[in-house]
Write a new protein. Structure first.
Length: 251
């Protein structure tokens, strides 16, 4: 690795599994001190140990972002304390993974939980941390969207709604914080072979058949794109949506 993030601090929400783990490890490999966050302390500490074993630095802060403002405020305070009072990078990765379901069959409590975890918590956390970055003159926010927020897919209306909201927030926050040196961008993965997603193989096949690459991404490929957006390599990239989907959304 090139040490592109040496001396910087980062918070990655939802980083005890899936894409979040890969992003946390990739940021640490580039020199960042990473605050790993999620609900499962055992898995979180395991991620921290794996980062330390590879020569990186990290700490774990437990958080259940479906629990509202108090949980988000506690995460922000604890993450800042763990990172020495400064966060240079925020990766808003936490989201509720949803099984494809016809719209008419989605329960109201599932709608509420998805919005709380995938949209509301991101809104609140960015509102707490981005102004601090702006006051220091710079920072980077990477929001995890999805190709579901860009194209329509049957039986994915709720998930698509949450991700379309993420894409919209990126544009609004770019206008709000960009003039103060805070870059906000969206990373939009296509099908990615996390352990959970592997269980939905039958849903992936028709999507992958339409993608020019004809394959899903590895979590590490998504993480590499996140490092780019967080680093000075993307110094003049504001309000962008970077797709890592094998070309699916292009064709």
């Amino acid at each position: 690795m090139s040490g592109r993030l040496q001396g910087r601090t980062a918070l990655v929400t939802g980083s005890t599994g899936g894409i979040g783990v890969a992003v946390a490890r990739a940021l640490a490999a580039e020199g960042a001190f990473v605050v790993v966050s999620g609900r499962d302390a055992g898995r979180g500490e395991e991620v921290v140990r794996s980062i330390a074993g590879a020569g990186g630095q990290a700490a774990f802060v437990a958080a259940d972002l479906s629990k509202g403002a108090h949980a988000v405020e506690a995460l922000a305070a604890s993450a800042l304390a763990a990172a020495g009072g400064r966060l240079d990078i925020l990766v808003n990765n936490a989201a509720m993974l949803l099984t494809p379901t016809p719209t008419a069959e989605v329960p109201e409590d599932t709608i509420d939980a998805a919005l709380a975890t995938s949209v509301k918590s991101m809104f609140l956390l960015t509102g707490l941390l981005a102004p601090r970055m702006a006051a220091r003159g710079g920072g980077a926010v990477v929001n995890l969207g999805s190709i579901n927020g860009l194209v329509g897919m049957a039986h994915s209306a709720l998930y698509s709604m949450t991700k379309a909201a993420v894409h919209s927030l990126t544009k609004s926050w770019s206008a709000e914080y960009g003039p103060y040196g805070v870059r906000v961008n969206t990373l939009a993965p296509g099908p990615t072979l996390t352990e959970k997603v592997k269980g939905y193989k039958e849903h992936l096949e028709p999507i992958l058949a339409r993608a020019p690459s004809r394959r899903a991404s590895a979590p590490e490929e998504i993480a590499a794109a996140a490092v780019f957006l967080a680093s000075d390599d993307a110094a003049n990239v504001h309000g962008a949506t970077l797709t890592v989907d094998g070309g699916f959304s292009a064709v």
